[in-house]
Write a protein that binds this ligand. Sequence first.
Ligand code: SAM
Ligand code: F3S
Length: 461
Amino acid sequence: MATSELPDGAAVSQTPKPKLFIRTFGCQMNEYDSAKMADVLAASDGYTRTDQPEEADLLLLNTCSVREKAQEKVFSELGRWREWKSARPGRQVAVGGCVASQEGEAIAQREKLVDVVFGPQTLHRLPALLSTTRATGRPAVDVSFPEIEKFDALPEPRADGPTAFVSIMEGCSKYCSFCVVPYTRGEEVSRPLDDVLVECAQLAEAGVREITLLGQNVNGYRGAMRGGGTCDLALLIHYVARLDGIQRIRFTTSHPLEFDDGLIEAFADEPKLANYLHLPVQSGSDRVLKLMKRNHTADVYIDKIRRLRAARPDIALSSDFIVGFPGETDADFQATMDLIAEVRCDSAFSFVYSERPGTPAANLRDGVPPEVKKQRLSILQARIQQLSMEYCRGLVGGTYPVLVERASRRGNGQMAGKLSNNRWVNFDGDERLVGEFVDVTVSEALSNSLRGRLAGAEATA
Ligand code: SAM
Ligand code: F3S
């Protein structure tokens, strides 16, 4: 308990606000969930966030189990927290996310310092779980899937800069043979249309200009509408575009199967829809796609991209690839490289296949030697890097609208913002530009970003 002096000498006791440190592993969904955990704890117990674990009262680990490495990181991180916990009684540790969902109780049994285990769908119950464990002295575990209840129980969204994520659905029902997500996050559940629109409108009111509609498979969105019927992603995009203040819309991530004509039309008709698509394909081999249970062929993917490019000729395309899937041959890998050449992805996330217990692919015989997998990954990544550089060099000399997001992380007094195609650009500018759209002329393509100058500003040597 701290005290502060009043001018007349009377002392008033002030309880310092408890501090929260969150370590997040994994995807944008997890980043989004971590922000929501912080909101829930701020609303319930006044927690403020710190980036210094040693000064925290509560340590939260938001975990990812999509690949084995991410899962291994969880226990080594918890091991590092033991000393921290024993240094002061009353400190608490909570583990959430997909590893928590999969392992449940076993986490608290294996790591005695863990007080609470909660899943992606029960993060709103965190304050109650923390009180329970305080009262009982035993770990509290809740990794159930109470579906959409989570969204109803969350505090109002807070804007943190001019861009925001809005979760429009939870879970995934695609059951790709290699993936744990349907088991850790549950099946697809869409939020009702009105709820999504109210959240977007509140964010716009608070200064957000760009919204990313978020979910594991957003083009499976089927939101209930007030008068009956359901709204799909294309229609949702049109509704969000009509909200005052919203100037740019993105969505991630999508499965090719439901990337339909309605969405291709949205790219043709809706100028606020960003000039960027992330559409994971995983492989260019029909044989592997079948084993992955992706339910489409390489040609179906290529044809969708061809039609998309007819609607938006200069669209930037990103994808996900898995190399070294069980039994992947040289010819299968070559088919992936051919697909990349055909669709010309200018960025991608690529991974070596990681066997996930409980998924159907874990039963497949994997005869591909690890060094072959590694070599294929570096060939694929080098090709994507080359396409990325070609794409970025093609932007040099052009002038593009940029949403200014923040000061550049390089600390060189420059500002950083994103083009519609999702590329970062750094340029000389004033902090007061944050939240504004400005025209930037691209002057140089670097490997991970662009350099530019405000249109009309003099070029400097
Ligand atoms: N919804 C997206 C889609 O349509 O494919 C993907 C979401 S998944 C969590 C993100 C990416 O992780 C996948 O696209 C895939 O490339 C990768 N991934 C998932 N399971 C994996 C595994 N077992 N091994 C390696 N990479 C994996
Ligand atoms: Fe995973 Fe496939 Fe869904 S990669 S998230 S099961 S679309």
